[in-house]
Design a protein around this ligand. Sequence first.
Ligand code: PLP
Length: 408
Amino acid sequence: MQSLNKTTDSLLSSAKQSLLYTANRPDVVMTRGEGMYLWDTEGKSYLDFIGGWAVTSLGHSPSVLQEALTYQSGQLVHASPGFYNKPMIEFADLLTEISGFDKVFFASSGAEANESAIKLARKHGALRLNGAYEIITMTNSFHGRTLATMSATGKPSYQPLFEPKVPGFIHVPINDFDACFAAISDRTCAIMLELVQGEGGVHSVDAPYLRALRKACDVYNIMLIFDEVQTGLGRTGKLFAYEHYGVKPDVMTLAKGIAGGFPLSAMLTTAQYDLFEPGDQGGTYSAAPLGMAAGHAVVTEILERGLAGNAANQGTLIQEKLTVLSKDYAVNQIRGKGLLLAFDVPVGSAPVLAAECMKEGLLINAPNAHTIRLMPPLIVTAEEVEKMIRILTGVLEAYGLKNEAVYS
Ligand SMILES: *Cc1c(COP(=O)(O)O)cnc(C)c1O
């Protein structure tokens, strides 16, 4: 069944005519999702190991999300950012209770949550550190696409774009404490990083490094910010990635998986950094009822079904299966935590591999020319892992990506 009686071809030509060209998209139009699967307008199904870009934590169109949105839209869609609403209070209570933080600010996207963290860091610098405003971030990091979060981002390809950038960001290599320490000065108000760099190709920080950062932040009264937009809420096999390290930040940002696909993000902090005053931060859709109801339903489901535990178990299974695959095929550097996983393939072959898997009905992501990333919904089962490995093996075989062919 196709919407508007349009064929896929005419939909695609309309898309090319009317949408700004901001992404390279394959020539398919997605029309329906259920659980681990997406369907296009041609009726073809795809086993989804991209998971809406680490967003659809409960799979596609989960019933708890449908029910929460249906109920809440019948009660109240939008009151005004100037009023409290009931779902706002309930979800703030839940998130602060489960996260170990005292206070939360809600927005709609990861970039906005990070903007809030950046503002809070500058406020901390202004009030307590004689106007310090510099934020140290990491090479190859990703923090979003607003001008400030692009400036914070350490992706080399962002460097020449949209100059001049927002000033006050210093980039240092990940897992190099000396480099970070050398960048700290009396202008530094915060250090901001991902615990597993997602867009950067799934690279984790080391525990001793993170502990050293925490200590330096304590000594110099610098705010430590963890961008858990991609790693938060079960993705890495713990509810929050910081739990793997036993290092707690002063500020944590969440988005992607928090509401299973409804646009929602959060910035959490401790009572010590309860520094915003009315006027400092806000937004028309901040803590609006629909998003709050969606977030509450999704997070409750993640907790009740123990989906962080499933992410840990299935992640281990996937790593084991990939390790077996690596004996015969050019699959290297298997890495990641929980269901945020990656492996390397010969340079240039990652996008081809992803495209060929898509033809075979499997969605996997190529964040760069030599990396394949897997980030399926947290509900993935062993049968679906098996099927993913089967399709992947077939494509590796068809393309002759053999182990000895590339690496001697
Ligand atoms: C996706 C992502 C962002 C940006 O989130 P948006 O919702 O796209 O604004 C920020 N930080 C990290 C770590 C991300 O993965």
